[in-house]
Design a binder for this molecule. Structure first.
Ligand code: 6PG
Length: 237
């Protein structure tokens, strides 16, 4: 992630990253903000976006912004102008439209060109959802909107999410997945035996021109029959 950010800053003077929600990234954000890591990236050049948000205020325990603020933004003392949260407290359609306008500020081509984010960080649920794109959700078929409301079958029901059109145009999409409860879906996605992976929204993350990277802990990778990537135990902490 730091390498991607450093390259983006060198190439374009800034790093556009969309953070994931959920609990898995908590340890990553904490590590990024730690004294032995914080100086490895010029955070003053980073613009932070979100891949999704729950329909709750930014101070709510379920807020993806709240978790990132506590573990990353506050420790790094990021300027508010660098942080672009989805307004989960607002009416969902209005919040989605507002966030699409926010993204337009970062769209080089203006007009209808899709935003090209440098890195989209994603998690994955045990049902194969990612961001707030859920199995059989109509948002999976969205072809023009950049941000849309969606509805989770559990937890905080109403969500806001980047659509696949935005996610799949990122330069790098990085899945960070941990836990034995994800191992079956990880196997279906990375070593499909049949076409059973197609029902998972995570299977629809297919970068148009960018790189797709999976970071798995050993529990989530346990059902893979062969190494899909060189294992770096020190990186899975
Ligand atoms: C969210 C996330 C969601 C998350 C997965 C995995 O807002 O919940 O964006 O896609 O990444 O549900 O969540 P855990 O990391 O808690 O397993």
């Amino acid at each position: 992630m730091i390498a991607v950010g450093t390259a983006a800053i060198a190439a374009r003077g800034r790093f556009l990253i969309a953070l994931s929600g959920g609990s898995t990234p908590r340890s990553l954000y904490t590590r990024l903000a730690s004294p032995d890591c914080a100086d490895r990236l010029d955070w003053s050049r980073v613009q932070v976006l979100f891949g999704d948000e729950r329909a709750v205020p930014p101070t709510h325990a379920d807020s993806n912004f709240a978790m990132a603020d506590q573990t990353l933004f506050t420790p790094l003392r990021l300027a508010p102008a660098q942080i672009h949260r989805m307004r989960g407290e607002d009416e969902p359609e209005a919040a989605a439209a507002q966030y699409e306008n926010t993204l337009r500020r970062f769209t080089a081509g203006g007009g209808g060109a899709w935003p090209i984010l440098d890195l989209v960080l994603l998690g994955m649920g045990e049902d194969g959802h990612t961001a707030s794109l859920f199995p059989n959700g109509p948002e999976l078929h969205e072809r023009t909107r950049w941000v849309t409301p969606s509805y989770s079958p559990q937890g905080t029901r109403t969500r806001l999410t980047l659509t696949l059109g935005v996610i799949n145009r990122a330069s790098v999409v990085l899945f960070l997945v941990a836990g034995a409860n994800k191992a079956t879906v990880v196997r279906h996605l990375l070593e499909p035996q049949t076409d059973d992976a197609v029902r998972y929204p995570a299977a629809l993350v297919q970068p148009v021109a960018g790189q797709l990277v999976w970071y798995l802990d050993q529990a989530a990778a346990a059902k893979l029959t062969r190494s899909q990537q060189t294992c770096h135990p020190e990186r899975t902490k």
